[in-house]
Design a protein around this ligand. Sequence first.
Ligand SMILES: Cc1ncc(C[n+]2csc(CCOP(=O)(O)OP(=O)(O)O)c2C)c(N)n1
Ligand SMILES: [Mg+2]
Length: 804
Amino acid sequence: MKQKELKENNISFNQFKKIVLDDFKIACQSRDASLLGRREVLTGKAKFGIFGDGKELAQIAMAKAFKNGDFRSGYYRDQTFMFAIKQLKIEQFFSQLYAHPDLTAEPSSAGRQMTSHFATRSLDENGEWKNLMEMKNSAADVSCTAAQMPRLVGLAQASKIYRNNSLLKKGFEKFSLDGNEVAFGTIGNASTSEGLFFESINAAGVLQIPMVISIWDDEYGISVESKYQTTKQDISEILKGFQRDEKGDGFEMFVVKGWDYVALCEVYQKASDIARKKHIPVFIHVKEMTQPQGHSTSGSHERYKSKERLQWEQNFDCIKKMEDWMLENNITNAEIIQKIKDNSKKTILEAKSNAWRNFQNSKKDEVQQLISLLISLAKESEHSSFIQSQISKLEKNLEPFRKDIFTITKKIIREVRNEKSNSKHALINWLNKQKNTNKNRYNTHLYSQSSNSPINISEVLPIYNGTQEVDARIIIRDNFDLILKNYSEVLIFGEDTGKIGDVNQGLEGLQKKYGELRVSDTGIREATILGQAIGMAMRGLRPIAEIQYLDYLLYAIQTMSDDLASLHYRTKGGQKAPVIVRTRGHRLEGIWHSGSPMGMIINALRGMHVLVPRNMTKAAGFYNSLLASDDPALVIECLNGYRLKEKLPANLSKIRTPIGISEITKEGKDITLVTYGSTWRIVMEAAKQLADIGINAEVIDVQSLLPFDLNNTISNSIKKTNKVAFIDEDLPGGTTAYMMQQVLEKQNAYNFLDSKPISISSKAHRPAYGDDGDYFSKPNVENIFDTIYTLIHEYNPKKFSKLY
Ligand SMILES: Cc1ncc(C[n+]2csc(CCOP(=O)(O)OP(=O)(O)O)c2C)c(N)n1
Ligand SMILES: [Mg+2]
């Protein structure tokens, strides 16, 4: 900084020197953490290491511009930034390296995530929002390259919504102050090759939101050089078209060198000012970064970097360059630099040792407990020498894993299986307690555990005044109208969602009524539509993201699966994004307008609720339930249901469809037919035709695939009918197989069956076009009838003679 600027900022040269030396200290400590981290992996104390060495200075500059309420959405190189904003202690950094499953030791993920996957805690222990304006925030990292980009768009867009929606000025102080918060993204140079990067850049340019995206450019993506990654080997060169100019809005752009401390500080200040004040997105290309230790602990960079490159990396190491600059500008002297470096090494070593000791001690207590139980057992058991040998194994193992404790305990229980003793009983009790403790360590928070969990929502049935029937889309439209009226934090967006009120007019007229900010059109970019929703939901808004057709959900499934569905779990309840994804599907025409890839969806989206209402009243009730709760969910409306008639409820905004509850829609005693969504109507028709010839089927609409039939309605039905068929229009072995597993295995319904459980689904190929294509590709009334009839015939051939 020049003397003039120091004066302008009211800082004395001495104060300036102190700031610089503090920054240098953080850089040194971060570097030493990387070096020691790698050693921990290579000596076998940790499994894998990936570190931020070579990227220190830019992150320190970014941290200076980062304020309370701001959000980071970055990747695994950002430890220096996390240290600098004081959201990560060195000890916690090492605890994550060891996978310490304790939130105090490792608050990012409680050991659930590999090293350098950072997160702050937005929620308290009850799952309620903390005041995000009193802290510096980081969204939880994921490993997939560029997957941080879609949510970055939403994190930045939230500021725009808070600034411009006057209804949000009161009651949302925990999330925003007039939309002054910036979302800072970071990404590696090679990861910009991903489609998600370009989609997000374009979306942010269109939306004009306060997003500052930094590209850490070290010219490599593992071993692959820039020339194989990026056109012209220069990401800022090719992004020039996004720059704002007289032709229109766009990005502000900066290019800066990763070793130039002064320039970096200036650039980040300017960038954050522009984004914060004017809501203009900014792109910072940080060039000439290095990787002193190569990509990760999985290999060495000497294998793929030339001697010249390795030498250049040494010469341009950002810490060395900072030292040179400090000496040239009389900020300090060599002696002080050396002292800072020596102290840094000590500090890091100490923090590392503490982290390791804590991690080991947390398990040693358990080993001690086990040993004393085993000593007692050995006294009473016939297998005391075997038990003794296991005790000495435990004693010799100075760095045990919990799996070792379990392996030994279970082996011993096997050995003494024929014995009866108090000490054996005590051992089994202790093991059961440990199982529960480990469940809490490793298996919780896939879904909300708060009092706002959707599964706590009770049903509110529709009330009808009279018998007026309307096109079903009116029900969904009027319900959204009430939702927008009652919840200022709700916004709905997607392709054709704004001006025309979605392709099926479920939002007709609502943009006019509530404005473009709340009901809006987006570009054709499903992944970032989801990203908008995730980021905004992480900042207290309640976005409803529309995916135009179910078949196009595939474009967003990676973002939903890797980011949204895993968020609550991977932070052990530290973050949430209660996004509602609205789509429509199953039945229309042709390969990409009538698919029903439900098996893929329910397998990819554990961590979300997947709801499949059979009509629009049920769908409306699901939206109402979800808005009263705090988990993310996908609602799939029936594409062929909007023009069907339904009675108009008088209590629209009040109705609630319970989540995870099946409904018997036709009672019967001969067989249970389990189905959902669009297929439900076909199954009901088949059941009617079966009833005409004396087969009385019970039809169950599952309504909710995740969670599934929590009240065991299906197995209770099978108790009565002793036969079951699972019917949908997914592929063979898709969701029907899932339902069968849930019912036969989880609900134990195999006990009640007296004929083979069957599934009826569509053909394995994509559905052919046209009425006949559909008829011969998907389950239809006749083949459901025939299949069920054949089963009943096999059971009772005298009464039901062979059909064909
Ligand atoms: C979707 C996906 N593909 C591949 C990988 C494996 N992978 C991890 S890091 C990486 C290279 C990333 O390089 P860059 O973006 O330049 O970041 P750097 O590590 O160099 O900072 C690759 C290919 C991944 N994690 N995710
Ligand atoms: Mg790189």
